[in-house]
Design a protein around this ligand. Structure first.
Ligand code: ZN
Length: 245
């Protein structure tokens, strides 16, 4: 198999604020955290993969398609903490040369699963931290819950601001969250929707080999995504209703 000739760009504390073309060179290890290599080919288009996950599958796909990619995930270390203003300043500079940006925004404090009672007797689900009325955090949050919501808000607001900026530079982007996530109710997200600059595309994760029929929403400014075939799974619904073995 021919190795992909695209590149993933590392960013370290030391080179944040540079143009992303400096830094140590290392080789990607298959299946490992994909925070690797430096850009030797600045003419290749650049995609930014925000909250890429440790295996960075989107990054890998874009590299195979001859792009450069910048995977970002807190799991890669402190220098990937996008709630940190110093990290944000460095990324802000690197994002200027992006052609395409994707963000899998953290939904762990925004999911409505927190409001569903546990089916396991005696097991308590973590309490909700937000609501439709208070999408930026319930009043009265304390301690680690309060801190977690504040950190999540900082990260999310940074990402949305950068996507807005990227759109104003005619760059394409998409961001993703569960369809019923309270993320979509945050004031910035509502303003962005009301601007008319963005489109929503819904899909069920099992149509893309996810294990569950998780209903996801992509908000984007990519015309081609609107042309995707429907990815709503009727099989799961049929199975759930017991009308198919
Ligand atoms: Zn399904």
């Amino acid at each position: 198999m021919t190795p992909p000739s695209g590149e993933a760009i590392d960013h370290h504390r030391g080179n944040i604020g540079n143009d992303g073309r400096t830094g140590g060179i290392s080789q990607p290890i298959s299946g490992s955290a994909c925070e690797v290599s430096t850009s030797q080919h600045p003419r290749l288009p650049l995609m930014v993969d925000i909250m890429s996950g440790p295996n960075s599958p989107l990054t890998k796909g874009f590299i195979m398609a001859q792009w450069r990619a910048l995977p970002i995930d807190r799991l890669f270390g402190e220098h990937h903490d996008i709630s940190d203003t110093e990290v944000q300043a460095g990324l802000h500079e690197q994002f200027r040369e992006a052609d395409f940006m994707w963000a899998a925004i953290d939904c762990s404090t925004k999911t409505l699963a927190r409001t569903i009672p546990s089916k396991i007797a005696g097991r308590r689900m973590p309490p909700p931290l937000r609501s439709q009325e208070y999408p930026m955090g319930l009043p009265g949050l304390q301690g680690s819950d309060k801190e977690r919501v504040a950190t999540d808000n900082d990260a999310s607001e940074f990402v949305l601001a950068e996507l807005k900026l990227h759109h104003s530079r005619s760059g394409g982007s998409g961001r993703e969250n569960p369809e019923n996530s309270l993320h979509w109710s945050t004031p910035t997200e509502k303003d962005m929707w009301n601007s008319g600059d963005w489109q929503d595309t819904l899909y069920h994760a099992c149509c893309l080999q996810g294990t569950r029929r998780k209903r996801q929403k992509i908000r984007h400014d990519i015309e081609e995504i609107l042309c995707w075939p429907s990815m709503k799974c009727s099989t799961c619904i049929t199975l759930r209703n017991g009308s198919q073995s």
